[in-house]
Design a protein around this ligand. Structure first.
Ligand code: PAF
Length: 283
């Protein structure tokens, strides 16, 4: 496995792979890898000739008071883990390499970015589409792999791929969880022992709400039930807890076929997100 830090090295590698008509799976990450990322990499390996993983803590998707500086970083550890999951090339650029100048040109994510995480993190998804569009141009993947934990991110990236005709396929991988149900996240390392013990209540609350909704079709009651569960079992503050249609992220109507039940909770200083995506049959 190779680790490169410059765009020139990445382009050279991609050029060679394309010449040999190899398919490329791209796994974009911000590093501090966990099983969720490794599942993306393993799936990419099974479906492509070559797997490129980007490891880049992207400053443009962090707000001024967010955790860009303190976001966990450990490239040597990530390199070992990526290697074990079959990654062929890590692209780990510096901020200057990715953003050499501020020419003022920005991508702006649309309607889907103004709700859920976008409402409390203004500009976050503009930063995500900016870096993902660059990575798509640089790595020229046949397929790109994202985790369902960031369901809103996936929906927005799918829209970008469609609207801007990126010649690639997006593959989404189900959420990888700890044994007690907590969704794996690089930010889980921020949790204190007490917060970590409380955090699985978030997934339990989603399941309660889903079961109630499937039985009664009453979204308001289902949300109230989940809110109560989170409030009674954690010291967390709910940022949002919402049913929307998926992937368009619109208000649920009687015609909605696929539901997103999404939650964000501040547990201490850590903002945890989780979700369930399901049809009326519960699948
Ligand atoms: O999901 C993430 O880790 C990031 O948002 C991504 C897609 C790597 C872009 O920086």
């Amino acid at each position: 496995m190779k680790v490169v830090t410059t765009i020139a090295e990445l382009k050279h590698y991609v050029h060679q792979a394309k010449k040999e008509q190899k398919s490329i799976g791209l796994v974009p990450t911000m590093g501090y890898l966990h099983d969720g990322h490794l599942t993306l990499a393993r799936t990419a390996k099974a479906e492509n000739d070559i797997v490129i993983m980007s490891i880049f803590v992207n400053p443009t998707q962090f707000g001024p008071n967010e955790d860009f500086e303190s976001y966990p970083r450990d490239l040597p550890r990530d390199t070992e883990l990526a290697k074990s999951a079959g990654v062929d090339l890590i692209f780990a650029p510096s901020v200057e390499e990715m953003y050499p100048s501020d020419g003022g040109i920005k991508l702006v994510a649309g309607r889907q970015s103004t709700i859920l995480c976008g409402a409390s993190r203004p500009g976050h998804f503009d930063g995500v589409v900016q870096v993902v569009a660059k990575l798509f141009h640089l790595a020229e993947p046949t397929r790109a792999y994202f985790g369902q934990k960031d369901a809103q991110q996936v929906a927005i990236i799918e829209t970008m791929v469609r609207d801007f005709n990126f010649p690639l396929e997006i593959t989404t991988i189900p959420i990888v969880r700890e044994e007690d149900g907590l969704a794996k996240s690089s930010r889980n390392v921020y949790l204190s022992e007490q917060e970590r013990a409380e955090a699985p209540a978030i997934f339990a609350a989603l399941n309660l709400a889903k079961a109630h909704f499937l039985q009664t079709k009453n979204a308001e009651e289902a949300i109230a039930l989940a809110e109560k569960h989170i409030t009674e079992n954690t010291a967390g503050r709910i940022d949002y807890l919402q049913f929307l249609s998926y992937p368009d992220l619109a208000v649920v109507t009687p015609q909605t076929e696929k539901f997103l039940l999404a939650v964000a909770v501040y547990v201490g200083k850590t903002r945890l997100i989780d979700n369930l995506i399901f049809s009326l049959k519960g699948e």
